[in-house]
Design a protein. Structure first.
Length: 426
């Protein structure tokens, strides 16, 4: 897939918020009430928000990894969608979302997310690799609101999202004809994600109760700092957790990389061009995947990243490509999202006072592909709301068994993607 696109490698994050009312096409228009400039963001809160998001990422990973299959999701996308949802919450509902996202004690969470997004967008540029070749890396963020024409949304909610998330409001008519609105939103999503996510909102996904759809897209163009040798890729055995065998296309790279190891595991960092973003791979020893995975904590992941140091690595790493689509609501409820999903108790009065809203569903879809040139990934999140009605000798590392991975920003520590590969051929 990546080879057909040449060097056009992309990682795509998309967040979608569907808000429905107690009661519920055409060409969209921008709502003037949200037409305020985006501010610079709170740099002090940026680090707090990045740390909170990393902790939330592991919480969500633990819930989603119970199925025993390949997994990829975007903690950044989900956290950002829920943070924007938090902008319209009040009372205990707001406190619940703060606890879920580890934002308790963060003085300016929206300013922190704003600064983090703008910091990540600053990663775009032309970079000179260590071998002297040039590589283009692009990381952009886009947010938009799609609201029901005629619904009175709270001015403070609209202005907060415009100031801190750069999200303007477009007016559509879910009540009169929902299908044109759904098509228009999907077209915007496809455009922002280079066509990787074309039909996130399926037919029937919106109805006359829908009042607001909030979308966020992050586009990443990220080739490896040191591409794998295409001529070195060959078939190999991949040992599954149950002892059976699969076949993987194992790529080859011999490079100085940041590496570390511990009792029952090894870890290696694969930087993207410019070294601002990287994939950190944690490879448990054969027979110890479940043990090592269960022992992971946010602090331990930070320690592993800090322990990485440069050393020559003779690496064999599998190509893989897969997609995860899952409803996140059960996982979020297990993590403490209770009042926000209760029609009788949820308080999203910060969004609108006209109708009582609650979170009815959260949907996430993510895609990732890794080959010799780099990584392509895409993710989409839908929050549906409804109303009450190193050694000196080269390290030999052959990743021929299940492993976990994170795609992280080096400066902020923000986790863009998190997942595991149980079978690269699945």
């Amino acid at each position: 897939m990546l080879k057909r696109q040449g060097s056009r490698l992309a990682a795509l994050l998309l967040s979608l918020l569907l808000v429905a009312s107690a009661c519920g096409g055409g060409e969209a228009e921008v709502l003037a009430a949200a037409d305020v400039p985006r501010v610079a963001g709170d740099v002090t809160a940026q680090g707090e928000v990045a740390g909170a998001s990393a902790a939330f990422a592991l919480d969500l990973y633990r819930q989603l990894a119970k199925e025993g299959e390949n997994l990829v999701f975007s903690p950044h996308s989900v956290a950002l969608a829920l943070a924007m949802t938090r902008a319209g919450a009040a009372g205990v509902t707001a406190e619940e979302l703060d606890a879920l996202l580890h934002l308790v004690g963060v003085t300016d969470p929206h300013g922190g997310f704003n600064a983090l997004d703008q910091e990540l967008s600053g990663r775009s540029g032309s970079y000179t690799r260590g071998d002297g070749t040039e590589a283009e890396l692009q990381l952009t963020v886009a947010n938009a609101l799609w609201g029901q024409r005629g619904t009175k949304f709270e001015e403070g909610f609209l202005e907060l999202l415009a100031r801190q998330y750069g999200a303007g409001m477009r007016l559509v008519d879910y009540k009169a004809d929902v299908e044109p609105a759904r098509v228009e939103i999907n077209e915007w999503i496809a455009e922002q994600t280079a066509g990787r996510i074309e039909d996130l909102i399926s037919e029937g996904g919106l109805n006359s109760l829908t009042r607001l759809v909030l979308t966020n897209a992050v586009y990443l163009l990220a080739p490896w700092e040191a591409p794998f040798d295409e001529d070195g890729t060959s078939p190999g055995v991949f040992y599954l957790v149950d002892g059976s065998e699969s076949t993987a296309e194992l790529m080859h790279l011999f490079e100085p990389l940041r590496y570390t190891s511990g009792d029952g595991w090894q870890a290696v960092e694969l930087p993207y061009a410019g070294r601002e973003l990287s994939m950190i791979v944690i490879v448990p020893d054969k027979g110890r995947f479940g043990e090592i995975e269960a022992a992971l904590s946010a602090s331990r992941l930070d320690e592993i990243a800090a322990e990485l140091s440069g050393t020559p690595v003779d690496l064999r790493f599998p190509k893989f490509e897969f997609r995860t689509q899952t409803g996140l609501l059960p996982a979020l409820v297990a993590l403490g999202l209770n009042e926000a999903v209760d029609p009788s108790r949820a308080d999203f009065s910060g969004m609108t006072m006209e109708e009582k809203l609650f979170i009815a569903d959260v949907i996430h879809e993510a895609f990732i592909a890794v080959d010799e040139e780099g990584t392509e990934a895409a993710a989409a999140t839908a929050v549906v709301m409804a109303a009450s009605a190193a050694p000196s000798e080269p390290v030999q590392l052959t990743v021929d068994r299940p492993f976990m991975f994170q795609i992280k920003d080096a400066t902020t520590g923000s986790v863009l993607f998190f997942g595991r590969v149980m079978d690269p051929a699945a």
